[in-house]
Write a protein that binds this ligand. Structure first.
Ligand SMILES: Cc1ncc(COP(=O)(O)O)c(C=O)c1O
Length: 498
């Protein structure tokens, strides 16, 4: 009798991926000419691969002349690396700059950021834990702006209606009534064709990102990410050992030629994007690009993860329809979180995906927590369908717009500050006066009771040190005025000190 257990095999990482990985590290300048490379055992351990896979990759690179062997000493990087790729990109992507990132110029690999699997950090959460008098790091809504009395009355009514609410589990996929309600709402307001079977309720958008990363990413997979972006998503991808392939986001969207070149060349598993009132910049990708992005995803087989965390927090005009509304073949997963602006404590997010993507997500959700607490879903459902919610949203938009304006007015006297005026969302993405380093400024700010998010953690490459994210949603108007006054004072002190 065969008693050997069947072990689940992780997805195989091919030796060609290891070759790419080594070439990237050489390109990035991590391993320079004549540097000793990690031994086969060390690299296999670091990448969590079989030694033979690494051995084979080293063998191929040795044959190509990229690396050489010294008897009894190991592998070394060759003096001049024979070009493995043409100097002018085949795909038309711009040649890389070697500024700041420490990468060698003249080759075609884009800047890529990579951490070993198991990297466990949430830089944003670390900042949030710092106590502050003026907290501009929290992209949360001031609880005073929420309909608190209404919510507590509501709790009683919901418990009267479902007396056994606390004694019951939700289904893994989420409460059916809630899913039906959200589908009808998305169809009516956003023209999204989605059925209750195609909706999963998660515990906030953060859980949805984490589940998707767990289901779809394996070590060394490429993920396209915006630069800058929501840093906790980056930390999820890093934890899976994925390679981050940054695409700049501008006020008019992305360079679609570059996106296509990356899709074609690197075959990323997913493109994580936050195209509506983007965190941290506030940009919204225009409707004209949305359809094209879906076509590109279909053509190159890349999953678009559309994270829409503040869809209803717009100031003048509702945003364009989500990318999901253009999806016919199932390449878009749509994350609509409600936790920012309606009862944040309930942590409700709806994930829309077609069956092929939904099925493994459901399994992942069942492994994570067997379903979001039913009590949260029912409380949310009854809030969401009440007329009071619509009134709340109207008022909230006005209050947030005022806070944005107050923050802009408070920043205006500072010399050299620049920012984009967002038409929705919770943040200003600010360029600091020349020569100010955001991390040093944060250290000083924390000492004086003030926090913000430094640009470096929003950047997949860890640069953008001249930028900071200031949330205008958490502090009241007086606190915004005082806090920004202090911030300008701090930067002036830095400038004077030289
Ligand atoms: C773009 C983006 N995605 C996801 C999240 C997490 O949302 P949630 O609070 O629903 O977990 C945030 C929160 O700031 C966000 O800005």
């Amino acid at each position: 009798m065969n008693v050997r257990p069947k072990l689940a095999q992780p997805r195989r990482v091919r030796y060609t991926q290891v070759i790419e990985y080594i070439l990237d590290r050489i390109d990035r300048g991590d391993w320079k000419a004549h540097d000793k490379l990690p031994s086969v055992r060390e690299l296999a351990g670091e990448l969590q691969l079989h030694r033979l896979t690494v051995f084979r990759a080293y063998g191929v690179l040795k044959e190509r002349g990229t690396i050489y062997v010294k008897e009894k000493s190991g592998y070394f990087v060759s003096g001049s690396r024979p070009s493995t790729k043409p100097a002018v990109p085949e795909d038309g992507s711009p040649p890389r700059s070697n500024q700041g990132t420490g990468r060698a110029g003249g080759t075609t690999s884009p800047p890529v950021a990579w951490h070993r699997t198991g990297y466990l950090q949430n830089s944003l959460s670390e900042i949030h834990q710092i106590p502050a008098v003026y907290s501009f790091s929290q992209a949360l809504i001031d609880p005073n702006l929420l309909p608190n009395l209404f919510l507590s009355d509501h709790v009683k009514q919901v418990f009267d209606r479902y007396p056994k609410l606390l004694g019951t589990y939700s289904s893994v996929q989420g409460d059916e009534e809630l899913r039906e309600l959200l589908c009808a709402d998305m169809q009516r307001k956003d023209k999204l064709q989605v059925s209750p079977d195609e909706l999963l309720i998660t515990t906030g958008g953060q859980q949805a990102v984490d589940l998707l990363a767990g289901v779809y990413l394996r070590p060394m997979d490429y993920v396209l990410v915006e630069r800058p972006t929501y840093s906790s998503a980056l930390d999820c991808f890093r934890q899976r050992g994925a390679r981050l392939l940054p695409v700049e986001i501008h006020r008019d969207g992305y360079d679609l030629d570059l996106v296509e070149a990356y899709l074609k060349r690197h075959k990323p598993r997913m493109f994580y994007m936050n195209p509506t009132f983007h965190n941290p910049t506030g940009y919204t990708v225009p409707a004209s690009q949305r359809k094209r992005l879906v076509e590109l995803a279909e053509r190159y087989g890349c999953l678009l993860v559309e994270d829409d965390a503040v869809h209803d927090v717009y100031f003048d005009m509702p945003p364009p329809p989500p990318l999901y509304s253009y999806d016919t073949e199932g390449w878009v997963v749509y994350l609509r979180s409600f936790s920012k602006y309606l009862a944040p404590g309930l942590r409700i997010c709806a994930v829309a995906a077609r069956t092929a993507v939904m099925a493994p997500l459901l399994t992942a959700k069942s492994l994570a927590d067997n379903g979001t607490p039913l009590v949260n879903q029912k409380l949310f459902q009854h809030c969401f369908e009440s007329e009071r919610l619509q009134q709340h949203l109207e008022k909230l938009r006005t209050a947030l717009q005022i806070r944005r304006d107050v923050m802009e007015q408070a920043l205006a006297p500072g010399t050299g500050w620049q920012w984009y005026r967002p038409q929705g969302g919770l943040n200003l993405w600010v360029r600091l006066p020349a020569g100010i380093n955001s991390n040093q400024l944060l250290t000083e700010g924390i000492r004086r009771g003030l926090t913000f998010v430094p640009g470096t953690i929003c950047d997949p490459l860890g640069e953008l040190d001249e930028r900071i994210r200031l949330s205008f949603s958490f502090q009241n108007e007086a606190q915004i005025r005082e806090g920004i006054h202090l911030l300008i004072q701090l930067t002036d002190e830095f400038v004077q000190r030289g």
